[in-house]
Design a protein around this ligand. Structure first.
Ligand code: ADE
Length: 246
């Protein structure tokens, strides 16, 4: 997968050299380019913002540097939008990011992230980009960050760990929270007793059938307690007859 990030703070992306994302880059599973948007400015102050038309607080990102940056990253517009890169614009006004969206993005060849700052990016940038990319405005949640950089780090981590070969044991991807519409059961490791607290006996029983049943029940209880909204919107096939009985 090829990923390009446009930002006025390239230093935010130093962590992309660490840990499993760093390893995915060195092994060639992931190719990342981080670009300073100010490279596409032409004035002495390298200006990227201006006051909003119609009034209001703060500043808005001017369209010209964005347009020029996209022209550089994508010099030949794709013949078919279906195979065009996906342009992700993090914004609290976007669709909600989710594990399902991470999985969709992990299947793409090329992602471009546009990190807005200030109050946001001139809307014409997104309209113009939509003529040659599949544009998605995406929000991490119902709160406001200073800019898109941290949101991109979050989204990239969620996407990259789904790329084939990035995580050694692919089973961890099917067992974890959100993989099946429920939260994961609690986890335990050694020692069997710590500060007087015992690991649930069933997990030490070696009975895989009983363990699976216990985990399933814990998963349902935890989801009901922490995220009742997930249970309420669960597809019928998420719950089975067996769950009703326990
Ligand atoms: N930029 C500012 N706030 C954001 C949010 N909640 N999600 C994604 N990008 C953002």
């Amino acid at each position: 997968m090829r990923v390009d990030v446009l930002t006025i703070f390239p230093d935010y992306f130093a962590p992309l050299s660490l840990s499993l994302i760093g390893k995915a880059r060195t092994t060639g599973l992931l190719d990342v380019g981080v670009h300073d948007l100010r490279e596409w400015t032409h004035d002495v102050h390298r200006t990227v913002d201006d006051t909003p038309y119609g009034g209001g607080p703060g500043m808005v990102m001017r369209p010209e540097p964005w347009g020029a940056a996209f022209d550089t990253l994508l010099p030949v517009p794709p013949e078919d939008l279906d195979v065009a890169p996906v342009l992700i614009v993090p914004t609290p006004a976007g669709e909600r990011f989710s594990q399902a969206l991470a999985a969709d993005l992990a299947a793409e060849q090329r992602l471009i992230f546009a990190c807005g700052r200030y109050e946001g990016i001139d809307q014409r940038v997104l309209e113009d980009a939509a003529t040659r990319m599949r544009v998605r405005e995406v929000s991490l949640g119902d709160y406001v960050l200073f800019g898109g950089e941290v949101a991109v780090l979050v989204m990239l981590e969620a996407v990259v760990r789904l790329l084939p070969g990035v995580i050694g044991n692919a089973d961890s991807l099917t067992e974890e929270s959100h993989a099946n519409g429920l939260l994961e059961a609690p986890l335990y490791t050694k020692p069997a007793v710590w500060r007087g607290r015992e690991v649930p006996e069933v997990l030490r029983s070696g009975d895989h059938g009983k363990i699976a049943k216990w985990r399933r029940a814990q998963s349902l209880l935890r989801t009901a307690a922490q995220r009742p909204d997930m249970l309420a919107s669960a597809a019928p096939e998420t719950l089975d007859k067996h769950d009703v009985a326990t």
